[in-house]
Design a protein around this ligand. Sequence first.
Ligand code: ADP
Ligand code: MG
Length: 252
Amino acid sequence: TSEKNIVLHAADVIKNFGGLRALSDIDLQIEEGKTHAIIGPNGAGKSTLLNVIIGRIAPTSGAVVFDGTVLTGKAPHEINQLGISRVFQTPEIFADLSVLHNVMAPAFARRDGAFRLNMFRATAREAAIRDEAESLLNDFGMWDRRDDHSGALSRGDKRRLELCMCLIQHPRLLLLDEPTAGMSRHDTNTTIELLKKIKLRGMTKVIIEHDMHVVFSLADKISVLAQGRIIASGLPQDIKEDPRVQEAYLGG
Ligand code: ADP
Ligand code: MG
């Protein structure tokens, strides 16, 4: 077996909501630089698993380790500072700010040792952040929207905006919860192309996705969640042919 650099490990994770076991004995390992898809029927526990990773939900038991650091017990903003960014199923943006300022905001929020208040430095830093935000908006086909109120954007554009807001943070791990949900086929294809570009930059991603076209276009590895358990994990071609997977979908 080749040497693998596991950047994130969710070990023995259980999550109960009252009497409902949403996650059972989850063991998930995410390899550095890979795009790892998590698929499964509605209610399987996919969003819960993502929320456990980012610290929004405390697991009933088990732990998540990121790059040697135990995340369990840390607050979402601390986990974000460690290099994990996420795109939610419902975009979370600052509706009253312009598109450009939304993209710039997370970069300012980032802790930066070099940023000691010095007017020249602060101005240079703002210019650099603005440049990067503009370049992301350009890459994502949002250039014409840069001065628009973010609250007025279409659903698909809000999603793209949120992706830009994640990327400007240069996360080591990007988590995407159904990034193409509610998008037209055209916007979905554009998003696949963008996510492929991000993949080329070597960014590690966990992507939750219903759309099999998206999953098989992007994933290096797939884990299948059904009723809170990982029932299969492997390469896309193996998952495609796995009878347990087909059963989970047809039976789910
Ligand atoms: P998925 O994202 O795969 O569709 P979820 O993780 O959202 O599934 O939900 C998994 C199960 O946990 C579902 O049965 C859902 O109803 C339940 N669940 C999710 N969040 C909560 C919550 N905050 N309180 C109670 N039950 C929840
Ligand atoms: Mg979900």
